[in-house]
Structures are given as structure tokens and as C-alpha cells.
Design a protein around this ligand. Structure first.
Ligand code: SF4
Ligand code: SF4
Length: 334
């Protein structure tokens, strides 16, 4: 029988010393695979479940090393020799081309790792956790897409006294959520749109399951702290009506500790190109500082007992004492 430490997960990357994903210094484990397709997603490389290959055409010098290295004959130059093309029906994802490319134009997004391997990496940072009050945060993609792997990593960390958090959209069956709750200190959950139709249009699914899960966690016996994140996407979910509806919903969450606004940004645009995936919001501009402040203040006036914070490179001064600022992070806007 398989030991819990042997369970393998599809891991995108591990980032160290983050200050944006929970208290203290965090080691953030990004997993691959997400059931949602938010049109503003800044990490398209986290959406598919399995490891995948990308190609940064602007870095490629056309040396042909990758084409000659591929054991499957899956790579060839385009007719004008301006780019390398992959025949996905032949590619076996051995990632030899990535290893051989002298320009780092070929990229690997993700790999399979066991719980034991991941925990070994996380525990290297225990001294930072100890001195900063930090810990581990599992993000995505969607951590609940791999519930056994996620719960095993959390359990191993918790048993070592490491503070734990996940960043989730909560679009998951209750049986997956139940597996992680016993090992969780903080749960970050996105509320992307309160209106069903808009949620479906911009995110790809309705929001009922997400709201039901938030309520169920709130009523559960587990003492997890809930932090609601709102990606602030201009013209999509930043209206008075939507933000006030989010505020009303949040008032009913007893375990709510904080609300965080994550202003839209464009940091994922290059990755969309590398993956040859169409980015449908390519003409959208990030919100202005004034707009972000205005939206934060609107939320902070909803009579909630928790503070509203702003993530996403916000460095300006806010007039309302309930609103705190925070430095930039890639984990913003979704
Ligand atoms: S990942 Fe492997 S099989 Fe696929 S193109 Fe690269 S070298 Fe060829
Ligand atoms: S090895 Fe790298 S730089 Fe050379 S052709 Fe392939 S992708 Fe381009």
C-alpha cells in the first residue's frame, strides 16, 4: 500500500520568502490544475493539470539544438525558419529540449513531485518560519484539485509545527475540502463575482458551490481563519453593486479575518504567448490608484468588523484607517 509521503502531485513551482500569502515569511507551493478559467488569470501555466512545455520565441536564436535533440522528432522549424514548432501528437514531454536549449527559450511548466520531496523543500525554510511567524501556503492552480496530495503536505507540515494556509477558489466537492480542513490555519478564498451570470461568463462556472462551501466551512468545527480576496477587474466586477454585494456576503462569515483587494495586472501576458494561448483581456489596462483607493474605501464602509487590505503593488496612502497597504506581488488580480 502507498505511504502518504509517496503520493505524487503536479507541482508548478516552489517560491520562497513570500510576504503576500499569509503571516510572516511564506514558502509557497504552486500546484498545477484548475477547474476555473478566469479570463484575467495571471498564471495560465497553472491551469492545465499536467506538466507542459512553453516556447519564448523572442529568446530563440534558431540554433536548432532542440530540433536535433528531440528523440521523438516532434520539433521542426517553421517554413520561414523564424520559429520552432512542436507536433504535440509526437511530443512525449520528456523536456530534453528544455534542458538542451542554450537560450532558455524552451520552458518547462511543472513536474511531478512526491509529498516527501515537497516537504523536504519546505522544511529547509523552517528557520525563517520560526523567526518571522511564517509557514507554508499551498496555491495554484487550485490546491483542492489534488486533495490527497494537498492534505498530505499540510498534515506533514502541521505535524512539524509549521503554520499552514491555502489559496483556493473553493470550486470543489466537500469531500476534498474536508480532507484539508483539519490541517489548515488560514484559508484564502476568492470571491470573483456575486452575480451568477457574470460569474459564469468571466470565470467559466456559477458561484453557488463556492458560496455554499464558504458557509459550510464557516459553520464547521475547524478553527480556520478565512481571508476573502477580491480580484479587482475594471469593468467586470468593480461596480458599486458588486462590491457592496460582496460586502454583504462577507458580513455573514464569522471566521472572516480580512478582505483583500487584488487589482488587475498584466504580468501573465508573456506566459500566454509562450503557451500559444489567446489572452482575451490583452487590451485591458490596470485600474488607476484613485480607482483602487475608491473601491477599497467603498468596501471599508460596509460596516464589516474586519480590515480591508490592498495587494498588487499598491504603495499609496489610504485615507481610511481600516485600509492597510501592501507591496507588489504577482499573486494579484487572480
Ligand atoms: S519535450 Fe521531449 S518529446 Fe517533446 S519536443 Fe521536447 S524533446 Fe521532443
Ligand atoms: S535550442 Fe533554444 S535557441 Fe536553439 S532553436 Fe531551439 S528553442 Fe531556439
Amino acid at each position: 500500500m502507498k505511504n502518504g509521503s509517496d503520493v505524487k502531485g503536479s507541482v508548478l513551482r516552489i517560491e520562497r520568502t513570500s510576504i503576500h500569502d499569509g503571516p510572516g515569511l511564506r514558502t509557497v507551493l504552486f500546484l498545477k490544475g484548475c477547474p476555473l478559467r478566469c479570463r484575467w488569470c495571471s498564471t495560465p501555466e497553472s491551469q492545465r493539470s499536467d506538466p507542459e512545455k512553453g516556447y519564448a520565441r523572442e529568446r530563440c536564436i534558431g540554433c536548432g539544438v532542440c530540433v536535433r535533440s528531440c528523440p521523438e522528432g516532434a520539433l521542426s522549424f517553421s517554413a520561414d525558419r523564424q520559429k520552432v514548432c512542436t507536433d504535440s501528437s509526437k511530443c512525449q514531454k520528456c523536456f530534453l529540449c528544455v534542458a538542451k536549449c542554450p537560450q532558455r527559450a524552451m520552458k518547462q511548466y511543472g513536474s511531478f513531485m512526491s509529498v516527501a520531496e515537497v516537504v523536504r523543500e519546505i522544511t529547509k525554510d523552517e528557520i525563517f518560519f520560526f523567526h518571522s511567524g511564517g509557514g507554508v501556503t499551498i496555491s495554484g492552480g487550485e490546491p483542492l484539485n489534488q486533495p490527497d496530495f494537498t492534505s498530505e503536505v499540510l498534515r506533514e507540515c502541521k505535524e512539524r509545527g509549521i503554520h499552514t494556509a491555502i489559496e483556493t477558489a473553493l470550486h470543489a466537492p466537500w469531500k476534498s475540502i474536508e480532507k484539508v480542513l483539519p490541517w489548515l490555519d488560514v484559508l484564502f478564498v476568492d470571491i470573483k463575482h456575486m452575480d451568477q451570470r457574470n460569474h459564469k461568463e468571466w470565470v467559466g462556472t456559477g458561484n453557488s458551490l463556492i458560496h455554499d462551501n464558504i458557509r459550510r466551512i464557516d459553520q464547521s468545527k475547524y478553527p480556520v481563519e478565512i481571508i476573502v480576496r477580491i480580484p479587482l477587474i475594471p469593468g467586470i466586477n468593480d461596480s458599486n453593486a458588486n462590491l457592496l454585494a460582496v460586502g454583504e456576503f462577507c458580513k455573514s462569515i464569522h471566521k472572516l479575518k480580512e478582505i483583500e483587494l487584488l487589482p488587475y495586472h498584466r504580468l501573465g501576458v508573456e506566459t500566454y504567448k509562450n503557451l500559444e494561448v489567446d489572452y482575451r483581456l490583452k487590451d485591458m489596462e490596470p485600474p488607476s490608484l484613485e480607482r483602487i483607493m475608491d473601491r477599497a474605501n467603498l468596501l471599508s464602509k460596509c460596516n464589516m468588523s474586519v480590515p480591508v487590505r490592498i495587494g498588487g503593488g499598491f504603495t499609496g496612502k489610504l485615507p481610511d484607517h481600516k485600509v492597510k497597504d501592501e507591496e507588489s506581488s504577482r499573486k494579484v488580480g487572480g
